[in-house]
Structure formats: structure tokens, C-alpha cells
Design a protein around this ligand. Structure first.
Ligand code: UDP
Ligand code: MG
Length: 314
């Protein structure tokens, strides 16, 4: 029996890119030795994306559509794609053609060689700009220091994963605050890195604002490391040493010149100590927020409608 590839594409307001994406990607997929399904996850787009996707689904039965009831974010869209996919291998990619479809055959080849996790590593990101590239590399450096788990810098949301490996993600990595790219690199299995050159976005604009990226980075660090929680211990130790030094200094200057004027010292110390204290309280607060989200156990995504999945799946 021919094997099947599932391609998962998350779309949020991508009406300008979708048709070209479909055209280029289908062309590549048709040349593969595998059957395929092209799963589009419409992440609550407010533009005409869903109409275009439904049209494509009417024209081509290999196009399947999962439409969320509202915007749940890129990560949720990828999880939904994994949940609904039925292929022997799954490829996740963006709808803006930044992840070149020409790379798909090399991913399929890797599947055939027996690899379970295929990481696509970006060599060049033309469209992101210097700041975003710098921020991204700093982020990876930081998280590699903080976390036990090692991350591949420049890994992207472009990856291939076997059915077996995706089952692990589907069953056991359903955290509410999550970083799929990180999990993909952490589940083990036989893995391979393939380099690719990121293209520029074909149309439309990036959906990730700086604010979203910062929130995302902070959450990721907290999900993969407990070190920020221990910051309190270090801060306490440093404050203790500082306090001791000030005490010795005060006694010394009292012996030298009599009662010292401590007003400035007190103000500076109080400001400094409170800053450290509130920072730590904030960090703990953030961990509690993540815990709280877990505890409430709300769904990661809500599906409004689907197209071209067979009945039992729908
Ligand atoms: N995306 C999504 N939901 C969102 C934001 C983005 O499904 O809330 C999709 C978007 O349509 C695209 C992919 O995620 O296919 C990556 O987004 P984008 O290209 O804006 O990010 P960038 O490549 O600039 O990091
Ligand atoms: Mg993009």
C-alpha cells in the first residue's frame, strides 16, 4: 500500500497567499511517491481565507479544512492538524511560502530512511530583519542556558514527524501553554536536521507582533525551566551578603566618625530590595498563571466546522 503524507498548514488571515501556496505545494506533492492530504487549519481568520479554503476543498478532495471557532494561535492550529492527520508522516508548515515546498521531497526521503523527527533548520531568514534575527538567536542562547533540554537554534515551525512520534505529542504534550517546536526536539527518536533557506513572505504581513513574541518567549522559558523560580534563593543570598557588608561598614564608620548619616543608604537599599522582591513575586505570579491555565483545563482549540474529513472524523 502506498504511504500517505499529511501536510498541516495553519492559516490566519492569509487570503493573499493561499491560492499560490496551494498551487506550488500541490505541484510538489503530486510528484511524490506517497499519497497525500493537505490539511488547512483556519485559525479564526477575519478575512476571506475560509471561503478560499472551502473552494479549494470543493475542487480537490485531498484538501481538508479544519475551521476554528475563533483565533487560538499558531501552536493550537498545529496541534489540531496533528490530531486530525491520518498520514504515515506529517509535515507542518506556514501558509506564507516562507517554508519552501521544494523541501518536502527531502523530508519524505528522510521518512523512508527511517527517521522519525526531521527538523528543518533555517540558514537564512531574509524577511525577518536584523532585529528579529538577533532577538531569536538571543532567545535560543538564553533558553539553552536555563533549560536542561537543548534547543536547536534556528529551528522553525517547519518540521516532519512520523506517525509514531506524533502520537506521543498528541497523547502526552497537551499543555495549555506550549511550544510545539520545543517538544518536537525533545521526544527523542531517530532524528535528522535538514537545512533550508527561508524565503520572503509571498503576500500579506507577519502575524507575530513584538509583544506576542515576548509573551511567547517568556512563557516558553517558564515551561522549560524552573530556574527563574530559584532566582529568589540567589537574590536572598546576595541581599544577605550585601546587608552584612553594609552593617560592617556602618560599625566601622561609627567607630571612626561617630553616628553616620544613613538616609541615602537606607533609601537606595530599600529601592533596590523592593525591586528584587517584586521581580521575584512577578516571576512566581507568572508560573501560577501557567498552573492556573493547566488547572482550568479549557480546550486548546474549538473546531467550528471541518471539510473533506470522512464522517467519523467529522
Ligand atoms: N498563524 C496562525 N495563527 C495566528 C498567527 C499566525 O495560524 O494567530 C499562522 C500564519 O497564518 C502563518 C504561520 O502561522 O501561516 C506563521 O505566521 P507568520 O508568518 O505571521 O509568522 P512569521 O513567519 O513572521 O514568524
Ligand atoms: Mg511567516
Amino acid at each position: 500500500m502506498r504511504k500517505k503524507l499529511s501536510v498541516v498548514v495553519s492559516c490566519y488571515n492569509e487570503e493573499l497567499a493561499l491560492r499560490q501556496f496551494y498551487k506550488e505545494t500541490s505541484q510538489v506533492l503530486k510528484s511524490l511517491p506517497w499519497d497525500y492530504e493537505l490539511i488547512f487549519v483556519n485559525d479564526g481568520s477575519q478575512d476571506g481565507s475560509l471561503d478560499i479554503l472551502n473552494q479549494l476543498a470543493d475542487e480537490d478532495e485531498r484538501v481538508k479544512v479544519i475551521a476554528f471557532s475563533r483565533n487560538f494561535g499558531h501552536e493550537a492550529a498545529m496541534i489540531a492538524g496533528l490530531d486530525y492527520s491520518s498520514g504515515d508522516g506529517i509535515v507542518c508548515m506556514d501558509a506564507d511560502l516562507q517554508h519552501p515546498p521544494e523541501c518536502i521531497p527531502s523530508i519524505v526521503e528522510a521518512f523512508q530512511e527511517g527517521y522519525h523527527v526531521i527538523n528543518m533548520v533555517r540558514t537564512k531568514n531574509e524577511s525577518a530583519g536584523k532585529f528579529k534575527n538577533f532577538a531569536s538567536s538571543s532567545f535560543y542562547r538564553l533558553i539553552n542556558v536555563l533549560s536542561d533540554v537543548k534547543f536547536e537554534p534556528n529551528a522553525s515551525d517547519f518540521f516532519g514527524i512520523s506517525r509514531k512520534a506524533s502520537k506521543v505529542l498528541k497523547d502526552h504534550y497537551r499543555e495549555k501553554v506550549r511550544f510545539l517546536r520545543g517538544y518536537v526536539q525533545n521526544i527523542g527518536f531517530k532524528r535528522k536536521n535538514i537545512e533550508y533557506e527561508a524565503r520572503s513572505r509571498v503576500a500579506g504581513e507577519s502575524k507575530y507582533s513584538i509583544k506576542k513574541l515576548i509573551t511567547f518567549s517568556v512563557n516558553t522559558i517558564m515551561c522549560f525551566s524552573n530556574l527563574p523560580l530559584k532566582l529568589g534563593i540567589y537574590a536572598g543570598a546576595i541581599a544577605g551578603i550585601l546587608g552584612l557588608a553594609v552593617m560592617i561598614y556602618t560599625i566601622w564608620s561609627w567607630a571612626q566618625v561617630g553616628t553616620p548619616n544613613g538616609y541615602a543608604t537606607i533609601t537606595v537599599l530599600i529601592c533596590f530590595m523592593f525591586a528584587v522582591l517584586f521581580l521575584i513575586v512577578g516571576i512566581i505570579g507568572n508560573y501560577i498563571a501557567i498552573l492556573f491555565a493547566e488547572l482550568k483545563d479549557r480546550p486548546i482549540y474549538i473546531v467550528g466546522e471541518t471539510r473533506n474529513f470522512n464522517e467519523e472524523e467529522e
